[in-house]
Design a protein around this ligand. Sequence first.
Ligand code: 4AD
Ligand code: MG
Length: 444
Amino acid sequence: MWIYIEKIADYVGQEITIKGWLYNIRSSGKLMFPTLRDGTGFIQGVVSKNDVSEKVWDDFNKLTQESSVIVKGIVSKHPKKVNVYELQINNLEIVSISEPYPISHKEHGVEFLMDRRHLWIRTPRQSAVLRVRNEIIQSIRDYMYSNGFILFDAPIFTPNACEGTSTLFSTDYFDLGKAYLSQSGQLYAEAGALALGKVYTLGPTFRAEYSMTRRHITEFWMMEPEMAYFDIFDNMDLIEDFLVYVVQRVIKNKKQELEILERNMDKLEKVRKPFPRITYTEAVEILNKKDIPLIKKTEDGEEFIRPFPWGEDFGAPHEEAVVEDFDKPVMIYNWPAKAKAFYMKRDPDNPDLVRGIDVLAPEGFGEIIGGSQREDDLNLLLERIKEHNLPEEEFQWYLDLRRYGSVPHSGFGLGIERMVSWICNLEHIRESIPFVRRPNRIRP
Ligand code: 4AD
Ligand code: MG
């Protein structure tokens, strides 16, 4: 009977078949210990010269790393370790003998591995990350579905910018001029919310930014809910409920993978309601108490500005300094208008502020969510479009949402790879997606 390794515990004492690959093998005299993988997990087999035919023994000797094989054997519990199983192998069918495999079991440099990403993903660590990613996306979909959100797919080719004109990838679009790769599905999601109530988008988004940090990639996946009649506080309540659900479900369903990744589970367990909510102004006070300066790039290097000037956006050192006092995601709200996008709702009492929210992950993983209440006043929105030098004619359809039945509405965007990096405790975002795209990488 063909079974998958992830189900092995159900078959102790039974003869089963595994279809997979040889990950590693060591031998000692009349015993061989092949480690097999089948995509769902890894298992150690035991081959005893006395118990198998000569052909099976000889065939095992021919196997190279990553040869594809079908093996038959009896499942047993590991004599000492709990939740570990072994396969007492009695038969082997070789499907394909692998050529000498480029990724051996010694240490390799990251760029070497990245160049061979199509093979690197076969290793326990990398496949654990991709399984956690799958669980995160599935739990997002389940949360949204069971809370009444409609999946509302936004286009990738767009005629206008959403998050600033300096990070657009462009391409020729037939006779219609330039098209840009979407930076965010938000503007379309807003139309969706006014049509369907609560919607979300989930798809790839693009930023043409020459950022070589550990947190930026040029093609990333974003989940963007948008809700009619939600103000900024309703939005924060949703973010909290949603994040707790996703984190706790991943902990519950992906224990083994998180163990492979050596994730500190205590820290994830603490992700429970309520999350700290602080204003941007309070966050700046924290920075100044800790004497964290604004770092400005100048012609001859860097300039450190103290105290941190109110109105400036945060970088990685600021995010880290603000979250280090908390063990949960931190929601920073009421941002200076000049640091944020054109569509955020202006504070009626203070035109310098907008109702934006950034959610910073604990443990220094940085911003995972950006969101806001949206400007629902036609004239204020028009003003902002002009201030940002955006082409008014391309935004006419978006302005229609304020002309015809405008309502308060809010939403946010969760970066999937930032979320995966945090949950999996990844040093660098490049391992959070099957095939990463960065300024210096488009292959494989
Ligand atoms: O803060 P951002 O730019 O917000 C928006 O795009 C809004 N339109 C979302 C909305 O309100 N519907 O991006 C949202 C999130 C960030 O918090 C981050 O997690 C992720 O997207 N993100 C990136 N992830 C990886 N690489 C990049 N270059 C990213 N830029 C943003
Ligand atoms: Mg942001």
